[in-house]
Write a new protein. Structure first.
Length: 267
């Protein structure tokens, strides 16, 4: 059987010799098939690239939306923190004006957002996993309110044990004599009287193993067995006992062991 051929004639523009290329039908068909395969491959690659571009665009859009949501969440947290700060400022103003805090004020502190609470509050809640009622009771029991506003002259220091001269199981807060001293949290008065070291002394049991100590008072206003709420005036600041100047010696004890008050107090 005689093979069929195609003749390709190449005519140069410079009038040089005309060239003729003889190609068999089989080669021609193979060349056309190869071109078709290349063309099909280009189409597939273009489609895949288009899908990748679309997914990349969607990923960028989702990332932008996520960033926007995070920004809005941060703004919301900031607004919540500002609300808590304003509420705290209101309580501080009441404190400065000598206005007694009510049970509603105490509940307000107890229900502040977690990011406004001390580390002790968060840790206690995580450790106990309480019910809602227990949660409110626990938050009211945390000594988170400063008993008096003044200048901290001596910090908590129990490193090395009580045999050290620098041993100090509480915080000394200096202020004007007869400044109102307020309960740092809800509780029951277990001690109100004279102590050779602390002078006129008040101890409040807040439950959950937590108690607070208020020493060197000029005069106590509460008696043993009295139930007090956070912010209630319990005594007046003085310099009784072993003291050289008017100040409040404030302690926080957990299961009878002294702990750093700054762990509990709100800024």
């Amino acid at each position: 059987m005689m093979k069929k051929f195609l003749t390709v004639i190449l005519v140069p523009h410079d009038n040089s010799n005309v060239r003729k290329i003889k190609v068999s039908y089989l080669v021609a068909y193979g060349f056309v098939a190869l071109l078709g395969l290349v063309f099909l491959t280009l189409i597939v690659l273009t489609a895949m690239y288009g899908r990748l571009l679309m997914k990349a665009h969607q990923a960028d859009r989702l990332a932008a939306e996520n960033a926007r949501f995070m920004e809005q969440g941060a703004e919301l947290d900031s607004l919540r923190a500002e609300l808590v700060r304003m509420q705290a400022l209101g309580l501080q103003i009441k404190n400065m004006l000598g206005v007694e805090l009510t049970a509603a004020d105490s509940s307000l502190v107890a229900n502040w957002a977690p990011n406004a609470k001390s580390s002790a509050i968060t840790g206690a809640l995580e450790a106990l996993s309480p019910t809602q009622e227990e949660r409110v009771m626990l938050l009211k029991a945390i000594p988170s309110m400063w008993p008096v506003r003044g200048y901290v002259t001596r910090e908590f220091d129990v490193a090395g044990g009580d045999h050290r001269e620098q041993f100090h199981p509480g915080m000394d807060i200096a202020a004007k004599r007869n400044t109102a001293v307020r309960a740092s949290a809800d509780g029951v008065v277990t001690t109100s009287g004279w102590d050779e070291t602390y002078g006129y002394l008040v101890v409040i049991d807040h439950g959950f193993g937590i108690s607070t100590v208020y020493g060197h008072n000029s005069r106590n206003l509460v008696r043993v067995g009295d139930r007090v709420i956070r912010g209630q005036t319990i005594s007046f600041l003085g310099s009784t006992g072993k003291s050289t100047a008017p100040h409040l010696h404030f302690e926080v004890r957990k299961n009878a062991m002294p702990e750093n008050p700054r762990k509990y107090l709100l800024n």
